[in-house]
Design a binder for this molecule. Sequence first.
Ligand SMILES: Nc1ncnc2c1ncn2[C@@H]1O[C@H](COP(=O)(O)OP(=O)(O)OP(=O)(O)O)[C@@H](O)[C@H]1O
Ligand SMILES: [Mg+2]
Length: 263
Amino acid sequence: MGETTTIVTGSKGGVGTTTVALNVGVQLAMQTRKRVVLLDLARPFGQISLMLDLNPRFTILDALERIERLDEPLLATLAARHKTGVEILAGPRHAPMKAEQRQSVTIQALTRLVELAGRAYDFAVVDMGVVNAAEWAPVLAAAGTTLLVAEPSVLALGMIERHMAAAAPAGLDCQRIHIVINRWRQNDDEALAAFQHKHGRPILMRLPNDYRQVTEAVTLGMPLAGSANNFLLGRYRDLAAWLAGSAGGGHGRRAGTSVPVAQ
Ligand SMILES: Nc1ncnc2c1ncn2[C@@H]1O[C@H](COP(=O)(O)OP(=O)(O)OP(=O)(O)O)[C@@H](O)[C@H]1O
Ligand SMILES: [Mg+2]
């Protein structure tokens, strides 16, 4: 299991999984100055390169087609470097995807890719989109940490429980699955407290709703940026710092450790 690998998955579609994966990857690279790779495994493939305005030469299809002989140097040549330092293994565009290429996208191959990325880089962050935890358990198990993204709606919070209910019997350690509430507003706290009370699940992080800032970044094809007192960006920095671990290399973020970030 890659202790320095983080899978970002959504409790449901549209909750901000890709935005979280991208900005966590960028902040990890900027704060640690270590080698960070961001894998775009979410379907539909290919959104991260669009959100960063990158036109990558290679995609995960190039990696998956060579999965049997894929090694760390080859993986590094397939990744595209963004100016923030994060390296992107992009998702493919759909049009050129041939039937045999689609067949190379198997759970077994994706598991191997995530494992290799975890070994090849100091940190790996994976946009997994929304998956059935039971079906995708081998890929999810390849990461030391999962960030399960939800928004504060009854539906998205309810889907957290569905995810957990599928994860546990599939052998996944639910203590390693951390809940991130995206698009949080102060008046959501009552509903979140009720959710925490009912299910006994802590919330790792609340990422504030900031439509203007997030839209501006997407419009410009950039990650979030701004001043140190920017609330949303500050939360992303806290999240990246927590993932990096106080001792570096992911130490100190095992199950049960306290979370040194604002909730
Ligand atoms: N903190 C935030 N505040 C306001 N809007 C946000 C925030 N985070 C993300 N969004 C917006 O929410 C929408 C969905 O974001 P995103 O594409 O990252 O979600 P997703 O869960 O990956 O969606 P999909 O299921 O389609 O892959 C986008 O319009 C994005 O700009
Ligand atoms: Mg997405």
